[in-house]
Write a protein that binds this ligand. Sequence first.
Ligand code: FAD
Length: 414
Amino acid sequence: MIDMRHREDTPSRIVIVGGGEAAVEAIDTLRRNAYEGAITLISAEPTLPYERPPLSKAFLLDDPPVERLLRPAAHYDVQGVEVRLSCRVTLLKPECRRVVLEDGSSVLYSHLLLATGGRPRQLGAARPRMEGVHVLRTLADAQVLRARLRRAARVVIVGGGYIGLEVAAVCRQLGIEVVVLQGADRVLRRVTSPIVSSFYHAEHERKGARIRCNTTIDEIIDDGAGRVCAVRCSDGARLDVDLVLIAIGLEPADELARQAGLACLGGILVDEQGRTRDPVVFAAGDCANQFRARYGCSLRLESVDNARSQARSAALSMVGSQKQEDCVPSFWSDQYDLNLVSVGLCHSYDRYLIRGSLDARRFSICYLSRGEFVGIDSVNAPRDQLAARKLIASRARPDPGKLQDASIPLKDCV
Ligand SMILES: Cc1cc2nc3c(=O)[nH]c(=O)nc-3n(C[C@H](O)[C@H](O)[C@H](O)COP(=O)(O)OP(=O)(O)OC[C@H]3O[C@@H](n4cnc5c(N)ncnc54)[C@H](O)[C@@H]3O)c2cc1C
């Protein structure tokens, strides 16, 4: 049982487990909102918190210095944050408000933020420990992958989600042959509508990537010396390869919460303020499954915007602020010269309208549910992207005729 009583004797120390987007945003929010107590950030990674999105895009393509992805150590000094890197929390003891580290030492907290992200989902059988088989989550993963891509001629990517397709785009730009195996009947199945999936499928094929839907991987074959040399697909085809990337999604890192008896279901369950059922323990980012009154259910989202907004909510609650976070989800993806921004959720739409032109590669798909604007997928259309957020947040009911006319600014379609 977790002791829910407030302990006035605990000195003010906010401990953040995890060093990603959510952690950084929580720190900024705490300090911006006059929290003057101690903050300890504990991260299993050896690097200061860095941005992950470039890891499947510019970082693989070019050779940018790592410093571009992160804030310098001085930033955390100025904010008075104690940063512990290469340091894993192995146990959470909510009854005594303590996290235990792998060296056996422990840190007391008055409030705790679990911002532990997730780890790449493995193939059914454990990922073969074979040279040339990769996943992509961390900077270290990206550094190895980048070096290997420079020597690869044929790549198979398992998974036609955002990360799989972004890396496929990088491969084509590097002149590498690439095949994407997508278990579902279309790419981006989990995140967007059939029309956007078809658009991206066609764009990739136009650039020379091959996409095989309804196809998974049955076997990864090694060359006898521990290096991948081919894969066998579920349709029986054998593809010779130099490199395989497994990009089939993420499993939330919720083990600390589960082991501490906090409710988890596909992520750590939290309320709209990011609070678990222990009032001083919060969770934010990819590891959190947050209740959204707007949608009447809990959602676990994987995006920078989500990690930041949940971290802001949690930090504001910790300092007792009544400020509310705008909770419209958003996500972006860059593939070739296509910048996609998705705002809202399109799962429940019953009608969609197209603004602009798919052929011109500049368009927005606006999703409506019983007349309400619930989501948008916008490609190379920055003006729509900005306006959509406000309209979706305010549950606007746009005029469908105006919506289809890209010469009318989105904000004037209501
Ligand atoms: C390659 C790639 C490309 C992406 N591209 C985009 C994009 O274009 N747009 C977009 O919106 N989103 C993108 N995302 C998703 C986005 O980066 C994530 O949603 C976001 O980083 C989540 O932040 P987080 O703080 O929840 O978790 P993370 O950034 O994963 O940070 C979690 C941290 O916690 C640490 N940790 C875990 N357990 C422990 C423990 N027990 N003790 C100590 N430390 C621990 C981990 O080591 C890690 O450093 C991308 C992700 C990847 C991997």
